[in-house]
Design a protein around this ligand. Sequence first.
Ligand code: XBP
Ligand code: MG
Length: 231
Amino acid sequence: MPIRALIFDVDGTLAETEEAHRAAFNRAFSERDLPYSWSEERYRGLLEQTGGRQRLLRFLLETGLAYDGAATLAADLHAAKNRHYGLIIGAGGVHLRPGVLECLDRARALGWRLAIATTTGRENLIALFRGLVTPIADRFECVVTGTDVSALKPDPEVYVKALAQLGVDAAEAVAVEDSVNGLVAARRAGLRCVVSPSLYTRHQIFEGAALVVPQLDQWRMEEGDRSLIGG
Ligand code: XBP
Ligand code: MG
């Protein structure tokens, strides 16, 4: 099937945002005098759980908190984390990952439509779009976020919704991801998936990916479906 649309993940794919999320989680802990601080190594493991609130809940349960207390604290910390994330990202100077702009430009030249399917909440995506040195928000005709779904990746819901909004069949679209959770979500929705591993996912094994490239400008998109064999 010819490609008619690309559906992009955000965190780790468009930009290396996870260090800003990690710093924001740590600021939320420290302003409440909680004895937690997530190192890069710790955060790599914690990222196996998608969604900031769900990640906090899993962590708090592992520290031994009872469910009700942990759920309330996770919600409170997540709201604080998002406030800090907005401030960090809002300070500006956030760069797209190398190769992303070239990929978006080539997709436009090929007449491929663009959408977003992300786990992060809509407010965080808006903050990121505002903080980016190169504005790209108006390139995406459809945006589905964690705020819009009942189950997060690796559940396929976010991709299923993006496909429905585009009015495109799964066979005509390609997902662009950086993580195994994202790849699994895309595959469950019936999509082919191009993966560009990020800072926190370089150690992962991307079984079922159509293509794995260090940077998205290494994907030879002009060659159509055959380009999925790589650059
Ligand atoms: C990214 C995430 C997000 C961010 C935090 O997953 O899991 O949870 O870490 O965002 P993906 P929120 O790139 O696979 O979509 O705090 O807004 O949930
Ligand atoms: Mg990602």
